[in-house]
Write a protein that binds this ligand. Structure first.
Ligand code: PMV
Length: 321
């Protein structure tokens, strides 16, 4: 039995839409930061006594659409290794139970790492990224620590993530604002598919997202928080704009999401370098230097309680336990 740990990541340049739904090939490159606070530990054992795959998440049998995605990854690993045994998979999410943050990125990255090693394969991180991508697109990036780019690619082997800066040795962190931790109504899978098919804003999204890749990489390498933050906030706002244009239209924003976005803009007017990003849910993540955390959290306390704020720093890539 092999156990692997992977940390979750937050995209600064979003992945939003698949050009190949089966292979999970995105329309545009994306860029993320792996976080230290939230991670998943996954153990895999290919056991010849099993007559089906047994999948447990936080000690409960997995149900719903996740089962098929886990089996996709296991089938791929069986195909690559020539093993035919079924697997026992036990996954534990170390995300505060109230966080309401996506754990699919860390979960599928940990699954790719643990299952391949358990099957006797010794693959490069690039290959692991490709395998993780088959479970969830954002998981391709969680194989690596720090700032990571997922190359959209054009087929299975050309769509993988790689590090831009694994050891982030400059002052950047994320304040996560937990607004609503309930299961989201529109999953990221359904949300992105809906905008690809129906939103007239989608082609503009793809064009602008791809154009932002180079300037964002440059901002990371130059440790330029202001440019990085501005590009990240724009990416998030443009992604959410596509949802308003969808038919039927939808939004992940809730009233408190808008209140936080506005508070961040106001702090910026006061000269504080802070920027918002929002994924397929209502929670806001604020990108800033840790030296400004205290001021920002004090301001946010007027809208949300202290326990709704979690500070995350850059985190590492996959490890084996
Ligand atoms: O890979 P998924 O299905 O978890 O989709 C992730 C989509 C976003 O979180 C909204 C953006 C991203 O790049 O992580």
């Amino acid at each position: 039995m092999i156990t692997a740990r992977a940390h979750t990541n937050i995209a600064f340049l979003k992945y939003w839409g698949k050009k190949d739904v089966k292979l999970i090939l995105p329309y545009n490159d994306s860029i993320s930061l792996t976080l230290d606070r939230f991670y998943t530990d996954t153990s895999v054992d290919f056991d010849q006594s099993l007559d089906h795959d047994e999948i447990f998440v936080d000690e409960k049998p997995l149900t719903g659409s996740g089962v098929k995605r886990v089996k996709n990854v296991l089938d791929l690993v069986r195909h690559l290794s020539g093993i035919s045994n079924f697997a026992k998979v036990q996954s534990t999410n170390h995300v505060p139970s109230t966080a309401g943050l996506a754990s699919s990125a860390s979960a599928f990255a940990a699954l790719a790492a643990a299952s391949t090693k358990a099957a006797g394969l010794n693959l490069s991180n690039r290959q692991l990224s490709i395998i993780a991508r088959h479970g969830s697109g954002s998981a391709s990036r969680s194989i690596f620590g720090g700032f990571v780019q997922w190359h959209a690619g054009h087929d299975d082997q050309s769509s993988y993530a790689e590090p831009i800066q694994e050891n982030v040795d400059w002052d950047i962190n994320l304040i996560t604002v937990l607004i609503n931790t309930a299961q989201k109504k529109v999953s990221s899978t359904n949300g992105m598919q809906s905008v690809v098919e129906t939103s007239p804003f989608y082609p503009a999204w793809v064009k602008n997202a791809q154009a932002d890749v180079k300037p964002m990489k440059t901002a990371i390498l130059n440790q330029n928080l202001a440019t990085l933050g501005e590009l990240a906030e724009q990416s998030a706002m443009r992604m959410h704009a596509t949802t308003f244009g969808a038919v039927p239209s939808f939004t992940y924003f809730q009233p408190q999401t808008l209140a936080i976005l506005s508070a961040v803009r106001n702090m910026r007017k006061q000269g504080v370098e802070c920027y918002s990003t929002v994924d397929a849910g209502p929670n806001v993540k604020i990108i800033c230097a840790s030296s400004d955390n205290e001021f920002i959290m004090h301001e946010l306390n007027q809208i949300v309680s202290a326990k709704q704020l979690v500070v995350c720093k850059p985190g590492p890539g996959i490890t084996y336990l």
